[in-house]
Design a protein around this ligand. Structure first.
Ligand code: HEC
Length: 145
């Protein structure tokens, strides 16, 4: 009896360890994708280049909570953006390429990349879901963006 409960505890501990390892893997993948697709402009530390590339660290858009704001944020990543921005009292009028639209990156990787940004460099927003990403694609198409 005693022996059996010990075995059960270690099985639970093992599955916890495996869960942690799985989420660490997702984060690592998200970071690698960010470094590959975004860091050239927004910089590896997410701080951007003042006046040229807006910061993603601490950027209220990246930390969006409301459904409508989340959709705007996701559509900027999927379809690109060049509407001009004001972030931390600086104006940006560059051009963000539509990386999520060109097929360079699949949906599951895009989600990892996005959720890496939402949780890296002191950012602590909740993860985006597949459904939210799918909605952003659909609605962006509808409006011809
Ligand atoms: C070639 C440079 C470049 C690359 C690569 C790039 N961006 Fe951008 N990004 C920009 C610029 C420039 C803007 C601001 C556009 C403007 O001023 O209208 C921007 C804006 C944004 C915004 C909107 C910020 C806000 O405050 O609304 C987000 C979010 C964003 N980028 C995320 C990403 C992600 C995620 C990637 C990688 C998948 C990425 N960017 C890759 C240049 C880039």
């Amino acid at each position: 009896m005693i022996h059996q409960s010990k075995v059960m505890i270690s099985a639970a501990a093992l599955s916890l360890l495996m869960l942690n390892a799985a989420s660490a893997e997702v984060t690592q993948k998200g970071e690698a994708l960010y470094l590959e697709h975004c860091a050239v402009c927004h910089q590896p530390d997410g701080k951007g280049v003042p006046g040229l590339f807006p910061p993603l660290a601490g950027n209220p858009r990246v930390l969006a909570k409301e459904p409508k704001e989340i959709q705007e944020y996701l559509q900027r990543i999927i379809f690109g953006y060049h509407g001009g921005l004001l972030v931390n009292n600086r104006v940006y009028s560059g051009r963000m390429p539509p990386l999520g639209y060109t097929g360079n990156i699949n949906e599951s990787d895009l989600l990892k990349l996005i959720n890496y940004q939402r949780s890296a460099w002191g950012n602590d927003a909740r993860p985006i879901t597949f459904k939210e990403l799918a909605t952003a694609r659909e609605q962006g198409r509808d409006t011809g963006k």
